[in-house]
Design a protein around this ligand. Structure first.
Ligand code: NAG
Ligand code: NAG
Ligand code: NAG
Ligand code: NAG
Ligand code: CU
Length: 379
C-alpha cells in the first residue's frame, strides 16, 4: 500500500507539472498550416507516427499519454459559450463537435472517414497542444474479450494506476429503461480509479449543450463485448467485399441484436448508464479514442487486403440510415469522396478549409500507421 501511495503522489506531482506546461508552452504549428489552401491538407510528413496497442507501449509513453490527455481535459477550449454554453475545455471542443453532428456521422457512408479524421485530431492535439511525443494507443479487443468477465476486467487498459480506470459500481437501470438495457451490463456508476477518476464530463447527457457536469461513468458488459468484439466478428467484418458492405457490417443495425464491432466497444464499455454508451457524448470517455483507433485499424487492415484499390473504394448513404434497398428510393444521394468533413472548433488544420473524405482514405497521407494489421485468414 505504501508503494501505491508513493506512485499516487508521483502522479499527482507530474499531473501538476504537465498542467503548468500545458498552459504555458507553445508548440509548433500543425502540418499543412503554412501553405494556405492546398490539395494536401495534411502536408508533407516529417515523421510517420506508429500507433501501438496500449499494453505494448512503454510505461513512459503510457504515463505521458495519460498526462497529456489530462492536459487537453484541463486546457481552455475555443468553442464560444454563446454557441455551446457547456463547452469549457479543449476536450469539450471535440465532444461538442460530435454531439452537434451525431445524426450526420453515424449510420452513413462517411462514418469511418469522419471518425478517422476525428481520432487523428485528438492525436494531433495531444502532440501540438500537450507536448506528447509517444505512440497513440489502440485497444486490441481480442486480447480481452470472449474469455469471461474476470479476463475483461483485468485488462491493463483499465489499470487503476497506469490506465484508464475501471468499471463503475453497479446501479439498477430505471424501470422504464429496463427492457432496453444492454445485456450483461455490470456497472453504471462513476469511475473511481485510474487517470480519469476526477474528470468532469461537461456536455450532455445526450444532446444537452448546456450540460450537466458529472463524473465519467462506465457500465461494462464483458458479455456484449464477447459477442461483438471476438475474433469471429472481426473476421466477418474483414470479409466484406466492398466498402459499402464493410461499413454496414462495422456499424450493424441500431439495436443490440444487430450490433457490429463499433457497438461492441461502445456498449461493452458504456453499457446503458456509462458515458461510452451515450450516442452523443461517448467521446467524453477517454477510452473512446482507444476503441476508435482499433476500429480505424480494422478499416486500414481491410484496405490493405486489396491495396491500393481500396484507397478509393468508398460509398454508402449520405444521410442517416438511408441505405440502398432494391426497389426503394433513397432520400439522399450517396456519400462520395468529395464529401466535406467538418470538425468545428476542434479543427487542427486551421489554414485549410475543407478536408474531404478523399483526404483521409490513406493514413500514410495523415502521417501515421499501425504496428500491425489484421488478416481474416489467421483470425
Ligand atoms: C518525437 O518522436 C520522433 C520519433 O520517435 C522523433 O523523431 C522526434 O525527434 C521526437 N521529437 C521530439 C520533440 O522529441
Ligand atoms: C462470435 O462468438 C460469440 C461468442 O461465442 C457469439 O456470441 C457470436 O454470436 C459469434 N458471432 C459470429 C458472427 O459468429
Ligand atoms: C447508392 O449506392 C448503391 C450501392 O452502390 C447503389 O446501388 C445505389 O443506386 C446508389 N444510390 C444512388 C441514389 O445513387
Ligand atoms: C454544427 O454542425 C453543422 C453541420 O451539421 C455545421 O454547419 C456547424 O458549423 C456545426 N457547428 C459547430 C459549432 O461546430
Ligand atoms: Cu461517433
Amino acid at each position: 500500500m505504501a508503494a501505491m501511495s508513493v506512485a499516487g503522489r508521483r502522479i499527482m506531482y507530474l499531473v501538476t507539472l504537465v498542467l503548468l506546461l500545458c498552459s504555458t508552452t507553445v508548440f509548433s504549428a500543425p502540418a499543412g498550416s503554412s501553405g494556405g489552401s492546398t490539395s494536401k491538407p495534411f502536408g508533407t510528413c516529417k515523421h510517420i507516427y506508429v500507433r501501438k496497442e496500449w499494453r505494448d507501449m512503454s510505461i513512459l509513453d503510457r504515463f505521458n499519454f495519460l498526462l497529456a490527455m489530462n492536459c487537453i481535459l484541463a486546457k481552455p477550449g475555443r468553442t464560444p459559450r454563446s454557441i455551446y454554453a457547456g463547452a469549457k475545455t479543449r476536450y469539450d471542443d471535440l465532444v461538442a463537435t460530435h454531439i452537434n453532428q451525431t445524426f450526420e456521422i453515424h449510420y452513413v457512408g462517411h462514418f469511418l472517414p469522419f471518425h478517422r479524421y476525428y481520432t487523428w485530431t485528438m492525436e494531433k492535439m495531444l502532440r501540438d497542444e500537450a507536448g506528447y511525443n509517444g505512440s497513440f494507443p489502440y485497444w486490441d479487443w481480442h486480447r480481452d474479450v470472449g474469455q469471461g468477465n474476470a479476463k475483461f476486467f483485468a485488462s491493463p487498459i483499465w489499470d487503476p494506476i497506469l490506465g484508464f480506470g475501471g468499471n463503475g459500481d453497479y446501479l439498477p437501470v430505471p424501470v422504464e429503461q429496463a427492457a432496453f438495457a444492454v445485456p450483461g451490463r455490470t456497472g453504471g456508476g462513476c469511475v473511481t480509479n485510474g487517470a480519469f477518476k476526477n474528470m468532469v464530463v461537461n456536455l450532455g447527457p445526450g444532446s444537452d449543450f448546456i450540460g450537466v457536469p458529472r463524473c465519467l461513468s462506465r457500465d461494462m458488459s464483458p458479455y456484449f463485448s464477447g459477442r461483438y468484439l471476438s475474433k469471429n466478428q472481426t473476421k466477418l467484418t474483414l470479409q466484406a467485399a466492398n466498402f459499402y458492405a464493410f461499413d454496414v457490417v462495422v456499424e450493424g443495425g441500431p439495436s443490440f441484436e444487430a450490433s457490429g464491432v463499433h457497438g461492441g466497444g461502445h456498449y461493452g464499455i458504456g453499457g446503458t448508464l456509462g458515458t461510452m454508451g451515450d450516442l452523443y457524448v461517448s467521446p467524453g470517455d477517454p477510452a473512446f479514442w482507444l476503441h476508435h483507433a482499433n476500429l480505424d485499424r480494422v478499416w486500414w487492415s481491410w484496405q490493405k487486403l486489396n491495396y491500393p484499390a481500396r484507397l478509393t473504394d468508398f460509398g454508402g448513404p449520405s444521410c442517416l440510415m438511408d441505405y440502398y434497398v432494391p426497389g426503394q428510393t433513397q432520400a439522399c444521394a450517396n456519400a462520395t469522396l468529395d464529401m466535406p468533413l467538418n470538425l468545428g472548433y476542434a479543427d487542427m488544420i486551421k489554414a485549410n478549409v475543407g478536408v474531404k473524405v478523399r483526404d483521409v482514405m490513406n493514413i500514410l497521407d495523415m502521417c501515421y500507421d499501425y504496428d500491425s494489421v489484421l488478416d481474416p485468414a489467421t483470425l
